[in-house]
Design a protein around this ligand. Structure first.
Ligand code: G3P
Ligand code: CA
Length: 326
């Protein structure tokens, strides 16, 4: 009897200690409280223009993004064979995004093996996306260079006279086997395109490859830099389950790279993450946020902007939140 009692209380204290340990790791148990500032400038960013609504990274997507009053156009760029920056997400053509001249899904040719002229033969506007049922195809849409996007936005501004100029959050994409020469070359192309367009003040350069950020800074210290982070699959699963993000590692990487902004997948954004970013003078602009409740959760955590595939939803939600209607 006595033995059973000792055994039972042992199990009980083990369970309590385990519970305590789990509680320590869970977000809801000991997270600091964050007070959000509803009046601060908030960066509304259309991801790949408006990925859920128009063919991603194309002029129709950028037009939609501007029509919905986003402050910033988020877009991706890749270096071509003839050393230009083409606006595209993948580093090889994808049959999910583009059709060839015969109307067949594009073969996976690396972008670095194609010239802009060759890339422009593909139709990257006809295909839908099962993840985004509201996407309206725009058949015949061609890929654009970064320079062409800058011109398109300037023309839109001339015609529509928005209250303020649109901003750009330009990502550089690299194939996994990239070299340091690739990084330096891409940095030079990017900085020269931004300077030539007179958009230094209006541009952020973002990258998952941390070495890219100092390469840009060296060429032009005034261009703002954003460090991108994505959790691995197991990390994502832990974060989804409510465990605290181990954010110090990515925070240190962003600081070492000289970033002004840390731009993580939204699951990282928890109260302690925000406090750490603040104490390191980093702005926080998370991505992957399409759901209204999630947008509000991020705004309540006092993030500095949100990157979404649904610009109209973001605009409306932010407007309501700001007016304290939520
Ligand atoms: O801006 C961040 C976000 O664009 C990163 O994800 O894969 O859509 O470029 P991805
Ligand atoms: Ca991107």
């Amino acid at each position: 009897m006595k033995l059973k009692c000792v055994f039972t209380s042992g199990i009980l204290s083990l369970a309590i200690s385990l519970g305590f340990l789990i509680c320590l790791s869970l977000t809801s148990c000991d997270q600091p409280r964050i007070i959000s500032d509803r009046d601060k400038p908030f960066d509304l960013q259309g991801h790949r223009g408006a990925r859920a609504k128009r063919p991603e990274n194309t002029l129709p997507a950028f037009k939609y993004c501007m029509d919905q009053k986003m402050t910033t156009i988020e877009l991706d760029t890749v270096v071509t064979k003839d050393r230009q920056l083409i606006v595209h997400h993948d580093t090889a053509l994808s049959g999910k995004l583009c059709l060839d001249l015969n109307g067949n899904p594009a073969e996976a040719v690396p972008i670095r093996d194609l010239t802009v002229e060759e890339l422009k033969q593909y139709d990257c506007g006809s295909l839908g996306n099962e993840d985004f049922p509201e996407l309206k195809p725009v058949p015949g849409t061609r890929l654009s260079t970064l320079e062409e996007v800058f011109d398109f936005v300037e023309e839109y501004e001339r015609e529509n006279q928005p209250e303020s100029r649109f901003r750009f959050n330009i990502e550089l994409k690299f194939p996994s086997d990239h070299s340091s020469n690739d990084i330096n070359e891409a940095a030079e192309l990017m900085v020269s395109a931004i300077e030539k367009a007179g958009l230094v003040e209006y541009s952020i350069v973002q990258c998952f490859v941390m070495d890219m950020l100092p390469a840009v800074r060296k060429l032009n210290p005034s261009i703002r830099l954003s460090a991108l982070f994505q959790p691995s699959y197991p990390q994502g699963a832990m974060l989804m389950a409510g465990f605290k993000a181990n954010s110090e590692e990515i925070m240190q990487k962003a600081i070492t790279a000289g970033a002004d902004i840390i731009s993580p997948y939204y699951l990282y954004v928890q109260p302690e993450f925000m406090l750490s970013a603040r104490s390191n003078q980093l702005k926080v602009i998370p991505w992957g946020i399409n759901d209204k409740d999630l947008m509000i959760k991020m705004m309540n955590l006092d993030v500095d902007g949100i990157i979404t595939d649904y610009p109209k939803r973001l605009y409306t939600t932010h407007h309501e939140w700001k007016s304290d209607d939520l």
